[in-house]
Design a protein around this ligand. Structure first.
Ligand SMILES: [Zn+2]
Length: 295
């Protein structure tokens, strides 16, 4: 049976699996990503382990390897990642010799998976917005993620929402991510209370904790402002919310739908849906890249 090796390489850990032509996934334990040159070697050895496991399971090498990686990425080069610290790494450095392989940007690769297999399946044009430690988006146009002229497209988390807002870690003022990422929700609640709750715990407390309510309301308002801008600019068929905070489901999506509708006076808001593939989006997208590399 034909299969591919798929890797979702995050800033601290990577997850990999074997994916068959009919979409069956055998996921493997996550492994640490490491930093810089060491990270390249660790990805390569992890990919090698997956190929060996594939040989044992299917009696043949994989058709190809697909890798979702953070930072600035082209199909054949990991150009730069601030988190991992690598520069200009060719795709061949990540995989055992002789195997066809393709790279993709982590969030756009997740967007590709949602486009082909998930919540954007019946939509050509949509925004995939995973909300996790940070916020980045995948602009999907006619079914394909759009990376912009230099690979920076989709960085909606660093589009300002409040001109006199708080300073973002990126150096700008009032970025969406400063208010609405899971890390920011936890940080802003801690700044008001001295507590140490996760974003999930903050969301669970909005019914009875005024500080949680205030922080959550700021996050929803920031998202609504941002999504109103995106809606006016690109007229998406749907907005797909993913990531750890997306798992909050209606607790986040219902107020967000309401606030987005309130920000738009003369057009209807696009529907907002929860992502369908959860944490597997990156790996499934990497598998789709691998099938492309295999032709
Ligand atoms: Zn920023």
């Amino acid at each position: 049976m034909k299969y591919v090796v798929a890797l979702d390489v995050g800033g601290t850990t990577m997850k990999g699996g074997l994916v068959t032509g009919s979409g069956e996934v055998t996921a493997f334990d996550a492994a640490p990503t490491g930093r810089a040159d060491e990270a390249v070697a660790l990805v390569r050895s992890y990919a090698g382990e997956l190929v060996t496991a594939g040989m044992a399971a299917f009696g043949q090498p994989p058709a190809a390897v697909g890798l979702a990686v953070p930072g600035i990425v082209t199909a054949d080069t990991a150009v730069y990642s601030a988190n991992i610290g690598w520069r200009d790494v060719p795709v061949s450095a990540f995989v055992p010799e002789g195997l066809p392989a393709m790279l993709g940007h982590d969030v756009r690769t997740g967007g590709l998976a949602e486009s082909v297999l998930g919540a954007g399946r019946d939509e050509g044009d949509f925004l995939f917005l995973p909300i996790g430690t940070g916020i980045a988006g995948a602009i999907v146009l006619a079914g394909e993620p759009y990376g912009g002229s230099g690979g920076w497209g989709g960085e909606i988390g660093h589009a300002p929402v409040w001109p006199d807002g708080e300073k973002c870690a990126c150096g700008q003022i009032g970025c969406l991510e400063t208010y609405a990422s899971a890390a920011s929700i936890a940080r802003r609640h801690a700044a008001r209370t001295g507590g140490r709750l996760t974003a999930k715990e903050v969301v669970e407390r909005i019914g009875h904790d005024p500080d949680a309510r205030a922080v959550f309301d700021d996050a929803v308002e920031a998202l609504a402002i941002s999504l109103a801008g995106y809606t006016m600019l690109l007229d998406p068929a749907v907005i797909v919310i993913g990531g750890g905070l997306g798992e909050a489901g209606p607790a986040l999506l219902d107020p967000l739908r309401e606030r987005l509708a309130a920000r738009l006076a003369w057009r209807s808001p696009p529907p907002i849906r929860q992502a369908a593939l959860g944490v597997q989006a990156g790996m499934l997208g990497a598998a789709l890249l691998a099938w492309r590399a295999a032709g």
